[in-house]
Design a protein around this ligand. Structure first.
Ligand code: FES
Length: 112
């Protein structure tokens, strides 16, 4: 054993999902649709999934409670407010469960 044992970096500071700040004062944020094109606003009273549905975009879903992974969607840019129970820290930078999660940045770019 040497003195040069690898050290682990401290985990990045992330706020718990339930207490993460909203992207804007009223809780709304934008989603940019990388494949479909366009930008939609997600108001505080609707999920990303519901906004996508209302614009005719189909994303598979089942539980709509953040536990089944059916609605997992690629996250290409932006900072998500992850409120699901399935994504681990390694996956949170590149995926989002659109049924429950929201944004900590003013805009998310989704692989939709
Ligand atoms: S529909 Fe189950 S996690 Fe989103």
């Amino acid at each position: 054993m040497t003195d040069a044992e690898p050290t682990r970096a401290a985990p990045a500071a992330t706020a718990p999902a339930a207490t993460a700040p909203a992207a804007t004062a009223d809780g709304s944020f934008r989603i940019r649709l990388a494949r479909s094109g366009g930008v939609l606003t997600v108001p505080p009273d609707l999920s990303i999934l519901e906004v996508l549905r209302r614009h005719g975009l189909h994303v598979p879903s089942s539980c709509e409670a953040g536990i089944c992974s059916s609605c997992q969607t690629g996250l290409l840019a932006g900072i998500a407010d992850h409120r699901d129970y399935v994504l681990d820290a390694d996956d949170q930078g590149s995926a989002i469960m659109v049924c429950v999660s929201r944004a900590r940045s003013e805009e998310l770019t989704l692989d939709v």
